[in-house]
Design a protein around this ligand. Sequence first.
Ligand code: OGA
Ligand code: MN
Length: 289
Amino acid sequence: MTISIRPCDAVLGAVIEGMSLAQVPNSALIEEIETALEKFGVLVFRNQHLSPRQQIEFSQAFAPLELTELEKARLPDYPEIFVVGNVGNGLVSFAPAVPGGELEWHTDHIHHEVPARASLLYALEVPAQGGDTLFACMYHAYNNLDKEKQDLCLQLEGINSAEGLEHFLKRQSLGDTTSSVGKRQYQYIKRPLVREHPISGRRALYFGNQVTIGIDGWEDEDARRFIYELTEHACQSAFRYRHQWENGDVVLWDNRRVLHAGTPYDVVNTRRHMHRTTWRETEPVRLVV
Ligand code: OGA
Ligand code: MN
């Protein structure tokens, strides 16, 4: 199979043509895709037709998969699929409730013991308007900090917790949509604010504007302000690719390098229905200074 790779008009992202994800890739194709994923951060595949089983088998060729903890995001009989949208058991959204609302920039599962290496999101049905997904390149974000800020970030560890996501969702009146915590205690997971990509060795900022609720050793107020300002810089439009979904699109992103955020859509009058497979991280999250 010969695939073609067309870079998007942005600092990250490429469209891959000439392949169907319904077939399990051979080792040469796996390598091509992994190389492209490292190079572009976000890969788009159009016009796909995937059964849950085919999406799982394609994804498993690259990595072990996460099982869906959140009950309303589970697809019966397919624990590896995470259902996103407003079709099914209830609303599962990563977006503000209204246009112009605060975004939830994040990298998947930074607040879990084992984070996600990459995520593959397949659009079965999307609204004609709204519900875009934004992606921001954290290589660019880090490289474009001034030297003093870079040195500071290299010394810091973020504290990450579902608590931050729940507060965000409460402010949107969307309730408990991304967490499976329920009445359990929250976990607080420390991560270096800058991580090195295990393939490229490049440095990327690693945090989320809602999920990173503190900085180790800092007062909450100072940490909040710092994360807010870091997000303004890191997720500025010059570092972004915006994906406007069409039915049949698959987008694969590298959680080691990219932050992403959903944008709102009309959840009452339109339908958005997506299946995600989440590739478990297999390398340590680290920074070598
Ligand atoms: C996700 C996610 C964004 C969107 O599935 O991890 O963040 O636009 N989705 O649905
Ligand atoms: Mn996500």
